[in-house]
Design a protein around this ligand. Structure first.
Ligand SMILES: [Fe+2]
Ligand SMILES: [Fe+2]
Length: 282
């Protein structure tokens, strides 16, 4: 189902999330802020990470090779320019929550960060699976479409839940029914519009579908990372567990029950550490 061009056309970029902006401002009081430090700050913020990657890959700054690595992106942009962009944007950040999904912005951030951390846990658990680095970025951005839909499409969570219950369909199918597109498609369309690498776009776009084409390790990792985030209760949203995913994705990664459980525990631990570093209650 194509995403309405009007929807894409209305979005130039998403503003960064406030927690990261605040943290960045604190760090800027230090004298020496290098790309590695800045990259570590934007790493778990979907809107900001996507803005950085989009800019670094844009015509103005892009080299011949597209990059999906945040530190390289920060280095390409230059720390000062990046910081100015980020802080300028943060001033205009929308304050709205995401009522359509029963999620506050912090919860969406938490869910996205958990998915990204889950990819890292998966990489550790299944070293032989060859999960690429870009999978962590794709996991971070996988639900970015929700921000867009919540801001630009009018639908309330109760209507989506009611449609889902009436027709016995998933939450994502209810989105398509009521809104003409779903958040995965919208996220994919945005990622493409921003010029993110194809494999990142593909994973965002298909994280709720049983793949019709040849599945990739990156996409499988994102599909499983989303499930891990939901399993540990990080940003369940109104969708909860009412979703279909490719049941073979864990199998292809060589993940059984015990290894999946270990990945969940590791993700939970990492998420607690991350929340603590952002000054949030664990
Ligand atoms: Fe999703
Ligand atoms: Fe998700």
């Amino acid at each position: 189902m194509p995403v309405p061009a009007e929807l894409i056309g209305r979005i130039e970029r998403l503003d960064p999330m406030p927690m990261t902006a605040h943290r960045l401002m604190r760090v800027l009081q230090d004298d020496d802020v290098g790309p590695a430090r800045v990259a570590s700050l934007v790493e778990f913020d979907p809107a900001m990470a996507s803005a950085v990657l989009r800019l670094a890959n844009s015509g103005a700054y892009g080299g011949a090779v597209r990059i999906a690595n945040l530190q390289e992106a920060v280095a390409r942009l230059g720390t000062t320019r990046l910081v100015n962009i980020v802080l300028g944007d943060s001033m205009q950040r929308l304050k709205a929550h995401v009522p359509m999904y029963g999620l506050g912005e912090d919860e969406l951030w938490m869910h996205s960060a958990a998915a990204s951390l889950a990819v890292r846990a998966l990489q550790q658990e299944r070293k032989k699976a060859g999960i690429p680095e870009a999978a962590a970025v794709a996991a971070l951005l996988h639900d970015i479409g929700k921000l867009v839909m919540a801001r630009f499409l009018k639908a309330d969570v109760q209507a989506l839940l009611a449609r889902s219950a009436e027709r016995g369909i998933t939450f994502v199918e209810a989105e398509r029914d009521l809104l003409g597109c779903d958040h995965a498609e919208v996220g994919g369309a945005l990622a493409r519009h921003w010029g993110l690498p194809d494999e990142v776009t593909d994973a965002i776009e298909h994280h709720h579908e049983t793949p019709t084409g040849t599945p990739t390790v990156l996409r499988d990792a994102v599909v499983v990372a989303n499930i891990v985030a939901k399993t540990i209760g990080a940003g369940l949203s109104a969708e909860g567990h009412n979703l279909h995913v490719d049941p073979n994705a864990p199998k292809r990664l060589g993940l059984g029950f015990s290894s999946f459980s270990r990945v969940c525990v590791q993700t939970m631990t990492s998420l607690e550490d991350l929340k603590a570093s952002y000054g949030k209650a664990a």
